[in-house]
Design a protein around this ligand. Structure first.
Ligand SMILES: [Zn+2]
Length: 402
């Protein structure tokens, strides 16, 4: 049985205790049980404390299976423990205070949503970076969440006392807490004076002012609930600093003030769309002009068919296809176009309706030669394969078969 000193004083960091059990835990760890401890074991969504027992580092802290004792997992490199000796325990104060800020913030946030929207809290988790609360709020909006956040921060700034009570479920119910409890007997209840009463075994502030500030950087709908991501205290300062730096970096990129950054980004997005449209139009015009030049430069065969084979190095598939289609608008024209880059070759074959040849068949033969894949219709086919130095000869052989 371990007496939990943090129940009555969440700010107690140094304590003396007697070792009542020690067992080896793997090669380099001990599991140490004490008669009393200020260490908070993982539970209720809140991670464990860290610190030291004498000069042994406490890496983890958990409830014994029976829940009547707290087990400290410590590094064994500072020597062994002896049952019956008295040790000095020290909880890492920075980590504890961070957990106090986040956990107390959760109580205040949960009550704020209950107060304004009668929305109950269904779950809470605290990670290394943020807290998450799942709330039964069916119609969340930024405005509603902001209103609850304003109320929560007012409670913080009013610096209300936070009391620890021990009550029976009946006494809790008489104080207006609409919650059913599985456990019988006395339980620990946390009261934020004049605001909230909530059964809880965690570590809390002595006054709400310790929480500093609460922020909700994100919220989302998840599993039929509203999941709030929140940060409090020093984490809120870090989050603001990071968000402000990001906004200022974006703003300085556009040489505008921070609050004008969004407008600058939206303007750029609009311009980008307009330019993309213009590039598409100009690409079509360029393909038309290039097709006309290739036709002019080519000599027709005796049967009046023009065979145009070209290998490019700087065309994407869309540009290659556009050029082939423009060539196919000219009479009795067959275009066998390729683009070779690094290890790959892209192919587009096209012909005008009055020209001979089956582009699909030619493409299949090309793909066999280039170990690739492709196909299409008798008038237009696309494909690709592996680059070969003989690409020119391959195209010429195919052209000769038209
Ligand atoms: Zn709590």
């Amino acid at each position: 049985m371990t007496k939990r000193l943090y129940y009555d004083d969440s700010h107690l960091l140094d304590f003396a205790a007697q070792v009542i059990a020690v067992e080896a835990h793997g090669e380099n760890l001990f599991r140490v049980t004490l008669d009393r401890t200020a260490f908070y074991p993982t539970g209720g969504g809140q991670p464990h404390d860290t610190g030291a027992l004498d000069n042994h580092t406490v890496v983890e802290c958990l409830n014994a299976d029976t829940h009547d004792a707290v087990v400290h997992v410590v590094r064994a490199d500072a020597g062994a423990f002896a049952v019956g000796t008295t040790i000095a325990g020290r909880v890492d104060g920075a980590r504890r205070f961070d957990h106090i800020q986040q956990h107390t913030a959760q109580h205040i946030l949960s009550r704020s949503f209950r107060e304004l929207y009668d929305a109950a809290t269904e779950g809470f988790r605290l990670t290394e970076t943020h807290g998450e609360v799942d709330i039964k709020l069916d119609d969340p909006t930024d405005a509603r969440i902001h209103d609850a956040l304003v109320l929560a921060n007012r409670i913080v700034w009013e610096n209300r006392p936070v009391h620890v009570h021990y009550m029976t479920p009946d006494e809790v119910a008489r104080r207006g807490v609409r919650q059913r409890f599985e456990r019988e007997g006395t339980m620990r209840v946390i009261e934020i004076e004049g605001f909230d009463l909530n059964p809880c075994g965690g570590t809390h502030a002595a006054r709400t002012g310790e929480v500093g500030m609460i922020l909700i950087p994100f919220w989302e709908r998840a599993k039929g609930m509203t999941r709030l991501t929140f940060v409090a205290g020093e984490r809120a300062l870090e989050d603001y600093t990071h968000a402000n730096r990001t906004a200022r970096d974006v703003a300085s990129h556009f040489s505008v003030s921070r609050d004008d950054a969004l407008a600058a980004v939206l303007r750029l997005t609009d311009e980008h769309k307009t330019l993309q449209r213009r590039v598409r139009e100009l690409s079509t015009l360029a393909a038309e002009a290039e097709a006309a030049r290739l036709i002019t430069e080519s000599d027709p065969r005796p049967d009046d068919t023009r065979l145009i084979t070209r290998i490019f190095t700087d065309r994407d598939a869309a540009a290659l296809r556009t050029l082939a289609q423009r060539l196919a608008t000219h009479t009795r024209t067959v275009a066998l176009l390729a683009c070779g880059e690094a290890d790959t070759v892209r192919l587009v074959f096209a012909r005008s309706l009055d020209a001979p040849g089956d582009m699909n068949q030619l493409m299949r033969e090309a793909c066999i030669a280039l170990d690739g894949r492709g196909g299409g219709t008798s008038e237009l086919a696309q494909g690709g394969g592996c680059f070969t130095p003989n690409l020119q000869a391959t195209l010429a052989a195919l052209a000769a078969r038209v």
